[in-house]
Design a protein around this ligand. Sequence first.
Ligand code: MN
Length: 304
Amino acid sequence: MRRLAERLTLLSIRQDDGAETLGIRTPQGILDVRSVAARFSLPAPQTLESMLRESRGAELEAIMHHALAAGDAALFRPEASIRHGRLFTHPEKIVCVGLNYRRHAAEVGAQPPRFPPLFSKFANALAPHGGTIVLPPPEIATQFDYETELVAVIGRPARNVSEHEALTYIAGYCVGHDFSARDLQMELPAGQWLVGKSLDGFAPVGPYFVSADLVGNPDRLAISTRVNGELRQSSNTSDFIFTMPQLVAYISRYWTLMPGDLIFTGTPEGVILGYPEAQRRWLKAGDEIVSAIEKLGELKFRLS
Ligand code: MN
């Protein structure tokens, strides 16, 4: 039967040959789907995107059950030995929501919007857990800021869906980061969000894709950001202005959401932009950022 992934926590393994392929996180360690599939001659998707687009979640469950039944500890790799690849490389759409937390809207002096303000990032911005964002030179931008965000991953085509059924179109969730250059974002009076938020590497996602059944209610998850160990954002998705069902229903009025599409759902209060102007100390090369969301793990990256 073809269906969405269930009971799965997945990651991307950066292989020695450069390929970015699927891994399954188990209590015993990480299963390298490519090598386990070869060992047992089982069919399996090589990437999360092909798993989502071809509804091949059941094949991953079969891989996991074969490996567990084989009783061979060598099939499981220690997670610390994994070099993470990108979970997503070419989604059809990366839809981002601006201003979706009440206390964040307040800190930047904005009224809560009547509809979700939408913008996008390009696939060039996608980056792995454990990676490095190479900052552009100062003549391009200097005001770098963090935005930890819950990312919803679409699992089946969604067009004009109701709020009531909206969550059934979500395959799973990830921690994401809407890294931002505020000077570019605000370069024009009406905003220049695409430029300020979609430079190369400005959208790290990971370390895991967690299937929706393991997450439960996406509108009640703790979310936080640490910079060099210091807590900067600490909130909960219960502060959403638009709930996850409302976002999916709203966006699907305008575009058909496709499997593998990503929705960045906005960031909570605590961003540098929200500080009084004299107290803003923008991010800089050498900084280490940790974005954490309840049930989804910790996304880490550094700046250079
Ligand atoms: Mn954002």
